[in-house]
Ligand binder design. Structure first.
Ligand code: HEC
Length: 137
């Protein structure tokens, strides 16, 4: 009888444990891509979470050929920075710092992210493409 009780007790405990180790919520957790994480770390303060930029200071990253157009020019903006450039008819007081400390894969990831976010729909940038532009620098 004692053994039987102990057995039942074990069953009960393991049942409770199984219950509590279940995920608290089955809601889908949105996982961020490496590109989005890099964007949040290196670009968001200036270009904002939704790519809107800040009037007169930092240009938007949406509705612009700078982001969705020629990849070589875009990669060069990241590698060299940019300053005093007229963008879609506007000028901006801030300077875009060079991000050549990011490796080829990181630049490819963050550029792929901005080219497919904020309503942009342009093809991905690969690490090989970044490498090709970097060696010509
Ligand atoms: C310190 C603020 C700052 C940071 C940080 C920054 N930018 Fe910029 N960015 C600018 C400014 C200012 C310009 C416009 C420069 C000019 O006027 O010539 C610019 C221009 C650009 C352009 C070309 C113009 C356009 O509107 O598309 C792209 C693309 C861009 N940035 C992407 C990025 C990405 C990607 C990152 C993160 C890896 C980043 N920037 C980080 C301030 C910043």
């Amino acid at each position: 009888m004692k053994q039987r009780l102990a057995f039942l007790f074990c069953l009960l405990v393991s049942g409770v444990m199984a219950q509590t180790t279940k995920p608290a919520s089955t809601a889908k957790v949105a996982t961020k891509t490496p590109g989005q994480l890099l964007y949040e770390q290196h670009c968001l303060t200036c270009h904002q979470a939704n790519g809107s930029g800040v009037p007169n200071l930092n240009p938007p990253l949406r509705n612009t050929d700078w982001v969705t157009g020629d990849k070589t020019r875009l990669i060069n903006v990241l590698l060299n920075g940019l300053q005093g450039q007229e963008i879609e008819g506007e000028v901006y007081d801030n300077a875009m710092p060079a991000h050549d400390f990011l490796n080829d894969q990181q630049i490819a990831d963050v550029l792929t992210y901005i080219r497919s976010s904020f309503g942009n729909k342009a093809e991905a940038v690969t690490a090989d493409q970044v490498k090709t532009v970097r060696v010509k620098k």
